[in-house]
Ligand binder design. Structure first.
Ligand code: GAP
Length: 479
């Protein structure tokens, strides 16, 4: 597959570890499958993406407010939402290796080895069979194509069965008092159960939205592709409550809004595509994914779902509490319909990293070769915005650098470094995506100017220290 660039992907994973972005969880014990930790620059980048989403949703939309609900919820929540009965994936086990696969992943991996036309045919058959929940048909497709287990190398398969993806645990420490509760598999339910609390306390009028960012947990059977599919991950979700009958137009509105948000990172349009669901999840009447072309192909980054009044009605039924809104414009009580936008923060992080990563080589004016690995991160989400680099560790240059640091760090994340040759320091800043570096040199002492270097063009210009803060702030804003 043309878009399948495994070497590039492996290089991105190695870079993320070497430069403090992402580490395998509990690595000293050989890691934990599909669980990752974010390092110093990774946690900063992740926070900046989260903040950018949060600001866009709440501060920039007068009719959206945020909440921060607990991960643990009353167990009936998941019965009402349908997750206890329906939140499962069709799986198949290889009888020889005992390895379990999600059938879509198994077939997709097989399709990647085929010419495009044949691959498309098999994937389209699979989609139809899954849409009809025809698991015997899926098994036949796997058998007919003699798809093999990568561990045993055999095609000795069980039937296709459904497995629930929720993690469960016990609440309470005394035997007998214990009760099964779940680690939430989506943040959305924390929003639904708080619908009336928020509507009343924040005095919201339909149409309005509730946004939330938080951890979600899924016992993914085939967890692979680095932070793309994790067992513990973070979601950024927004439920937009609308008058019944208006859901189609709001669905279209949010499709457009969310694509605008993605493109505001400067990512070229052709790196994105839409995937309309033949069979939306059990709670939705319409669903579309935004897919991004990762180094391993086009994959889902965000889902936009028209969830009807399913969730609120279910909670009304199971709790016995009214989940209705009185619309005084039409003088009617109703259970609002919901349009949901749901994006994985870790996936967005991987998107930003994949898009930014570049290995560059060029010939210098003196004919020698040079190279660098650079993260061309959008300045607004880059972990460090400005590196302050005195040319020498003497002659009063560090003192000037420290003064600049003191003056700027309240406004944006600054980093001070005086060790090593300036070229080496530039390369380190390129590798973690720092958009601007300034050098303090002897001329600074004479005319209070510094050189500012642009990460992407590597061009340098002299600017007065007095204007530095405003210039960097404007550049971060993209002005
Ligand atoms: N509330 C709706 C919902 O959870 P979803 O399509 O299952 O819908 C939404 O998930 C988004 O969450 C996905 O588009 C993806 O970005 C992210 N996501 C889902 N499962 C994930 C996993 N195992 N690891 C990382 N991100 C995941």
């Amino acid at each position: 597959m043309a878009s399948n660039d495994n070497n590039r992907f492996q290089a991105i994973i190695a870079h993320a570890k070497e430069y403090g972005f992402v580490f395998p969880s509990s690595e000293i014990y050989d890691g934990l499958s599909a669980v990752y930790d974010y390092g110093p620059w990774g946690s900063e980048l992740k926070k900046n993406i989260r903040d950018y989403w949060w600001k866009n949703m709440t501060q920039m939309h007068e009719n959206i407010v945020g909440i921060d609900a607990a991960i643990f919820m009353h167990p009936t929540t998941w019965k009402a939402s349908g997750h206890v009965d329906n939140f499962s994936d069709p799986m198949i086990d290889n009888k020889d290796s005992k390895k379990r696969y999600r059938v879509d992943h198994l077939v997709e991996a097989y399709a990647e080895t085929l010419p495009k036309e044949k691959a498309d045919e098999i994937l389209s058959n699979l989609e139809k069979l899954l849409a009809n929940e025809d698991f015997a048909g899926v098994k036949k497709l796997i058998d007919d194509n003699k798809i093999k287990c990568s561990v045993s190398g055999t095609a000795n398969w069980t039937d296709v069965r459904q497995f629930n993806l929720m993690f469960s645990t016990q609440l309470g420490s005394v035997a007998g008092e214990a009760d099964t509760i779940y680690l939430r598999p989506e943040t959305a339910q924390g929003i639904f159960v708080n619908f009336l609390n928020v509507q009343k306390t924040a005095r919201m009028k339909v149409p309005f939205g509730i946004a939330q960012v938080g951890k979600a947990f899924r016992n993914e059977i085939v967890a692979r592709q680095f932070i793309f599919r994790m067992r513990e991950f973070e979601q950024m979700e927004m439920q937009f409550f609308v008058r019944p009958g208006t859901q189609k137009e709001w669905y279209e509105y949010w499709r457009e809004e969310r694509m605008k948000w993605h493109l505001s990172f400067g990512t070229p349009k052709e790196k994105y595509q839409w995937h309309v669901h033949a069979k939306p999840a059990f709670y939705a009447d319409n669903a579309v994914d935004i897919e991004y072309e990762f180094p391993f192909g086009f994959k889902e980054i965000e889902g936009i779902h028209s969830r009807t009044d399913y969730d609120l009605s279910q909670h009304q039924k199971f709790s016995g509490k009214k989940m209705q809104y009185f619309d005084n414009e039409i003088n009617q009580n109703y259970v609002p319909y919901v349009i949901e936008t749901s994006i994985g923060l870790d996936r967005m992080f991987l998107l930003v990293l994949s898009q930014a990563y570049a290995e560059e080589k060029w010939t210098k004016e003196d004919g020698t070769e040079d190279s660098r690995t650079v993260l061309r991160l959008p300045a607004k989400v880059a972990p460090i915005k400005l590196a302050i680099l005195p040319l020498l560790k003497k002659d009063g240059l560090p003192e000037i650098g420290r003064e600049i640091m003191k003056d700027c760090r309240d406004e944006f994340y600054c980093f001070y470094e005086e060790k090593d040759a300036i070229g080496k320091r530039y390369r380190r800043m390129d590798a973690i995506g720092t958009p601007f570096c300034i050098t303090v040199d002897h001329q600074t002492k004479e005319d209070q100017t510094v050189t500012i270097r642009d990460r992407d063009s590597m061009k340098q210009e002299r600017i007065p220290i007095a204007k530095l803060k405003e210039i960097v702030k404007a550049k971060i804003k993209g002005e």
